[in-house]
Design a protein around this ligand. Sequence first.
Ligand SMILES: C[S@@+](CC[C@H](N)C(=O)[O-])C[C@H]1O[C@@H](n2cnc3c(N)ncnc32)[C@H](O)[C@@H]1O
Length: 265
Amino acid sequence: MNSDYKKYIYLNKQLWNAWSTNHTNSDFYDVEGFKKGAHSLTDIEISELGEEVNGRTMLHLQCHFGLDTLSWERLGDIPTGVDFSENSIHTAWKLNMHSQFILSDIYDLKSRLEKRFDVVFTSYGMLFWLPELKSWAEIIYHFLKPGATFYMVEFHPFLDILVDELKETPNGYFGSNEPVRYHLTGTYAAPDADITADEYRWKHPVGDIISSLTRAGLQIRFFHEFNYCAYPVYPGMIRISNGKYVIRDFTDKFPYMFSIMAVKP
Ligand SMILES: C[S@@+](CC[C@H](N)C(=O)[O-])C[C@H]1O[C@@H](n2cnc3c(N)ncnc32)[C@H](O)[C@@H]1O
């Protein structure tokens, strides 16, 4: 990985360490509800990846402080969560039931973890933190057992255009090696948090995402697009029904999220 990427990854890691504490106490993540027995997964990943999961081993990449990881455990999986934020992984360790949590940049994971998994899972708000997808896809391939499944559900890169269009200077759809810098106050889960910071994001068009997976050797089983967002993560979103949000009245017009299932032959 080039040294510029390392610099931005380091800066993003500091950001996530600051955000993490606020997220743990936020209504958005509702840790108290989780402790009482709720789970944090949406109907999308549960229905697409499957509910009947008894004993399936799962690698959860970019697991944040582990609520989704532990939710999969609640549904019967045997998960291992990975994240590069010390504060997030420390919270995950404290919340922990039986899942394993590993503190690591996902790009360094091959040197930290030997196991192979029945499923590699990753979700909502993770791709734009990654500077390049070739190594990402190879890491996914590496950690899958033969015949095992990769599943991801993510905000659609098109959504960035829509949000950009609402600003004076749109950044467009296609990315480059250079990250886009966003200057933010608060966070998506704790908008009133007293944190002002820069975040560095990379744009990854859909073609690059799919091609990185197929080039790594995975076979795509499906690619789905959704006309709503599962979380109100962008300013000005309105709720149209339970777990469904859109920008203004833009229902049925734009792709807000997508999911991919792929298999290692
Ligand atoms: C929006 S969160 C993902 C949330 C996830 N859907 C969940 O389970 O709550 C993005 C996560 O990616 C992590 N992250 C970003 N870049 C990373 C990297 N290079 N290696 C490991 N974790 C990374 C951040 O620390 C953060 O927890």
